[in-house]
Design a protein around this ligand. Structure first.
Ligand SMILES: NC(=O)C1=CN([C@@H]2O[C@H](COP(=O)(O)OP(=O)(O)OC[C@H]3O[C@@H](n4cnc5c(N)ncnc54)[C@H](OP(=O)(O)O)[C@@H]3O)[C@@H](O)[C@H]2O)C=CC1
Ligand SMILES: CC(=O)N[C@@H](CCC(=O)OP(=O)(O)O)C(=O)O
Length: 343
């Protein structure tokens, strides 16, 4: 049995971790933290977990967390980097769902996250937890940086094309849309139903903090720096990300459908849809799955890739459980063979 702790168990990704882990045959949930709800039973805040999770929220105490085999941080950026070093020293594996360990360059991290990194010495060791790229390294890792939600959808869509050297990496465009749960559970006026409902807008056009993360991953796949325009949008729905990705072919590409199908043939959580498909966010709701379709409109030199995920599952908690399975020598798919909800 793997004993796990969750720091930030009242947030949306924290409760999604609880939903997945409480039915995982190899896991015991030992500690779940919340500073504001410490002392309350988890199922008193989330009644959907009644009969499945029998613990109370506690304060985030390193002494308690150090008794776990693995700790998930489902906390705001800048939290895990203050606790992870001590947990790692005490032999605990760490998966951070936030961005503290995603960027390799501490100066770039400080630029985008607005404070100096608290433990830059760990950035080289941290493994970027996108299993479709880094599976072997994740298996050996003690510190995994779980990717952001937009970066998961965007990278999985562009990777086959960049790895095959078929597109102009200097001019990539990612037009991405997220549901409001992407912003977390904290109260914020722009996320009120009366503000976000029946409306649709872009944000972060000048520069979103996922830009350097996506660029870093795509550059690794391309073997050279990439140029990316990334524009996120807020959709009036709760879960889901839809990324529409545009790139320019540099030569004769052959059969793109076949390329994508072969690239992801052995991936349990990436589903390349039949030619001509238009993936929908609702078909991956609740599932640890990315559905992808590749198009070449009018046979021209622009490739359009459509990529959808549930931001809370393949974009956060599900991917974190996938990483935990790999780090702990379990079957990668354990606890994750979830079918999306319909409708
Ligand atoms: N929502 C999403 O779709 C995705 C989110 N992420 C990332 O995952 C992380 C969590 O996101 P999300 O669940 O949406 O966030 P929420 O705002 O919903 O929840 C944050 C949680 O962290 C706890 N917390 C806040 N500050 C601290 C602190 N200083 N120390 C310890 N615990 C703290 C909160 O509880 P309390 O204050 O009571 O302690 C709460 O349980 C974020 O970094 C987010 O960017 C990544 C991918 C997707
Ligand atoms: C809709 C919405 O607000 N989405 C969030 C993405 C949150 C996220 O998952 O990003 P990190 O894990 O990198 O913090 C945003 O754009 O900030």
């Amino acid at each position: 049995m793997i004993e796990v702790g969750i720091v930030g168990g009242t947030g949306y990704t924290g409760v999604e971790l609880l939903r997945l882990l409480c039915r995982h045959a190899d896991v015991r949930i030992r500690a779940v933290t919340s500073r504001s709800d410490a002392g309350k039973r988890v199922d008193s805040i989330y009644p959907n977990l009644r009969g499945f999770v029998d613990v109370a929220f506690s304060e985030p105490d390193v002494e308690v967390l150090a008794q776990c085999d693995l700790v998930f941080f489902a906390t705001p950026n800048g939290t895990a980097m203050r606790m992870a070093p001590e947990l790692l020293d005490r032999g605990v594996k760490v998966i951070d769902l936030a961005a503290d360990f995603r960027l390799k360059d501490a100066a770039e991290w400080a630029q985008w996250y607005g404070e100096p990194h608290a433990c830059p010495e760990l950035l080289a060791e941290a493994v970027y937890g996108l299993p479709e790229v880094n599976r072997a390294a994740i298996r050996k890792a003690r510190l995994v940086a779980n990717p952001g939600c937009y970066p998961t959808a965007v990278q999985l869509g562009f990777l086959p094309l960049l790895a095959a050297g078929l597109i102009d990496g200097a001019h990539l465009v990612a037009d991405a849309k997220s549901g409001v749960s992407g912003a977390g559970r904290k109260a914020e006026v722009p996320m009120l139903m009366a503000e976000a409902g029946e409306s649709f807008k872009a944000y972060g056009v000048a520069g979103h903090r996922h830009l350097p993360e996506i660029r870093q991953g795509l550059a690794e796949a391309a073997g050279a720096a990439v140029g990316l325009t990334f524009v996120p949008h807020l959709l009036p729905m709760i879960r889901g990300i839809h990324a529409t990705l545009y790139s320019r072919l540099t030569g004769s590409p052959g059969d793109l459908q076949d390329l994508f199908e072969r690239h992801y043939a052995d991936e349990p959580f990436v589903d390349v849809l039949p030619a001509g498909s238009h993936p929908e966010t609702r078909n991956v709701r609740g599932a640890n799955r990315c559905q992808i379709a590749v198009h070449r409109p009018q046979g021209g030199d622009t490739v359009v890739v459509l990529s959808v995920i549930d931001n809370l599952v393949k974009g956060a908690a599900g991917q974190a459980v996938q990483n935990m399975n790999l780090m702990c020598g379990l079957e990668e798919t354990a606890g994750l063979m979830l079918v999306g909800l319909s409708p």
